[in-house]
Design a protein around this ligand. Structure first.
Ligand SMILES: NC(=O)c1ccc[n+]([C@@H]2O[C@H](COP(=O)([O-])OP(=O)(O)OC[C@H]3O[C@@H](n4cnc5c(N)ncnc54)[C@H](O)[C@@H]3O)[C@@H](O)[C@H]2O)c1
Length: 349
């Protein structure tokens, strides 16, 4: 992780890359900002650059097939190295292509959004959406390396900075009270993109995430705590037809799922208010849930990946920096009544 890494690919390309077929996969926005720049830096490698329209709506079978057919048309073989240059959409798509192309080729994640830096580029989850929901088709496939050029954050729209900050706070809220408090107090510097403050919280969040993934790579248990806020968050994204940014949906999900813990008596009112005030500083208020019909929400929750026997399950807090664990389980069933109560309470605040 450093500024200007994109301008110096020799520092991060693996040995032997000159013998490889390099394919940059990116979206049309990132292509404009950084794709052509990277292409120029890699001129000696004669890379192929493939791009697709930006946004969640492109993360589907059709885009995957188009990119793969382009790679086949250009005779890309098993020795191909994909450079996934972009946000989480590019990373998930390029990673999934790398996982299945010729039964698996190597790839490097070059995340350009804060969300991709702290979340999607780490941990090897790849995949695409279908009309039934997000990320329903995919696999685990780890990148050879993750290259973070902090300078990319300079062009990131503020809404996408906030989108990533929610993931950082999610990690701290579940796992590290000190970092939560430090980031909470430095929120104005962070929002103004003070690089050293940003780097500090990114390093801390990455350390925690890597530690969790190392303990539970395949999402069987501990890794599920990274889904905090996601049972409600994913349902909200689906109801809003993916027009709400992932992080904003997760933030509202965190407020509801933290409220469930407060109603259950596990999280103090004071801790709940600290979480609420962080999100207010990011411009996210629980009252935004007012426009959501509670019954529509309850139905949408029923098709979450964490469900067991049709019952929705939640990561719940036991305080800031701590998740509730019962008999070794990190996700828990909650009665519909309790969820409805939490939803109503958060949207009234
Ligand atoms: N694999 C995982 O573990 C994991 C984890 C979390 C989220 N995700 C996935 O990540 C996706 C969301 O990722 P995202 O928020 O990065 O969205 P994104 O990839 O759509 O990027 C957001 C927007 O910012 C633009 N952009 C990217 N970098 C930029 C830059 N440096 N400057 C200016 N514009 C830039 C993109 O073109 C796009 O329009 C979702 O599909 C989600 O499911 C995956």
């Amino acid at each position: 992780m450093e500024p200007h890494l994109l301008g110096d690919p020799e520092r991060w390309l693996p040995a032997g890359s000159l013998e490889k077929r390099l394919v940059i996969i990116t979206d049309k926005n990132v292509e404009k900002y950084y794709g052509n720049h990277l292409l120029n830096q890699l001129i000696n490698y004669k890379p192929l650059l493939l791009s697709f329209p930006p946004g969640e709506k492109s993360k589907n079978y059709r885009t995957k097939q188009t990119l793969e057919e382009e790679m086949l048309r250009h005779h890309c073989g098993k020795d191909t190295l994909i450079l996934a240059l972009g946000g989480g959409v590019v990373g998930d798509m390029a990673g999934f292509i790398a996982a299945t192309y010729m039964r698996g080729i190597s790839y490097i994640q070059i995340p350009t959004t804060l969300l991709a830096i702290v979340d999607s580029s780490i941990g090897g989850k790849t995949g695409i959406n279908t009309k039934q929901g997000k990320n329903l088709i995919g696999t685990f496939w780890h990148p050879t390396a993750v290259v973070i050029d902090m300078n990319c954050l300079l062009t990131l729209p503020q809404a996408h900075l906030i989108n990533g900050l929610v993931e950082v706070f999610k990690i701290f809220i579940t796992s590290d009270k000190d970092s939560f408090n430090e980031a909470r107090h430095g929120i104005h510097k962070i929002m103004n993109r003070d690089f050293s403050t940003l780097e500090n919280i990114i390093q801390r969040a990455l350390k925690i995430k890597i530690d969790i993934i190392t303990q539970d790579e395949k999402d069987n248990n501990l890794r599920m705590i990274l889904n905090f806020g996601h049972t409600i968050g994913h349902a909200l994204e689906k109801i809003m037809n993916y027009t709400l940014l992932h992080g904003y949906a997760v933030a509202l999900g965190i407020l509801v799922e933290a409220k469930i813990a407060e109603l259950a008596g596990w999280l103090s009112a004071e801790d709940y208010q600290s979480i609420q005030s962080v999100f207010l500083n990011l411009g996210i208020a629980g009252s935004q849930l007012k426009k959501i019909n509670i019954n529509t929400m309850m139905s949408a929750i029923k098709i979450d990946k964490k469900n067991k026997s049709g019952q929705a399950r939640y990561v719940l807090l036991n305080g800031i920096g701590q998740t509730y664990r019962d008999n070794g389980a990190f996700v828990h069933a909650v009665s519909d009544d309790m969820v409805k109560k939490a939803l109503a309470s958060v949207s009234e605040a």
